[in-house]
Write a protein that binds this ligand. Structure first.
Ligand code: THU
Length: 143
């Protein structure tokens, strides 16, 4: 699927809302995500940390699980936002989140990241899931 500018803007705004709800007292790195479900509805997520660090959930998985819990069977796009520190490379989704994206999204699914350190989204990068995760483990291996 191809993301129109309007849809991308809507997803970024939903992801920003998610980011504002981030519970990240340990890393202080707020992340937001927005997922487009197959129904056309948008679901937001955020990173939710825990004093037992390993229990933390990333924004991407939070948004995807929220979509699935609401009845979506597949996801069509995901946008991830954060406040980028400095001019270094833009953050990318972690490996666990890429694996979960591959469970519910196609290899051609748009995966976009954007820096929301300012008022307007900067450095918007849209790739396909296969660019981030070309050889996912999937159910074929279990047959
Ligand atoms: N985090 C995400 O939400 N998504 C990612 O893809 C990478 C990391 C969160 C988890 C943790 O709350 C914080 O960023 C620092 O790792």
């Amino acid at each position: 699927m191809k993301l129109t500018k309007k849809l991308l803007d809507n997803l970024i705004e939903k992801a920003r809302e998610g980011m504002e709800n981030s519970y990240s007292p340990y890393s202080k790195f707020k992340v937001g995500a927005a997922v487009l479900g197959e129904s056309g509805k948008i679901y937001q997520g955020t990173n939710i940390e825990n004093a037992s660090f390993g229990v933390t959930i990333c924004a991407e998985r939070c948004a995807i699980f929220s979509a699935i819990a609401a009845g979506e069977k597949t996801i069509k796009a995901i946008v991830i936002v954060f406040k980028q520190k400095g001019l270094g490379p833009l953050s990318t989704p972690c490996g666990a989140c890429r694996q979960v994206m591959a469970e519910f999204g196609s290899q051609d699914m748009p995966v976009c990241t954007a820096d929301l350190s300012g008022k307007k989204a900067k450095r918007i990068v849209c790739k396909k899931l296969k660019d981030y995760y070309p050889y996912p483990f999937n159910s074929k291996a279990l047959k």
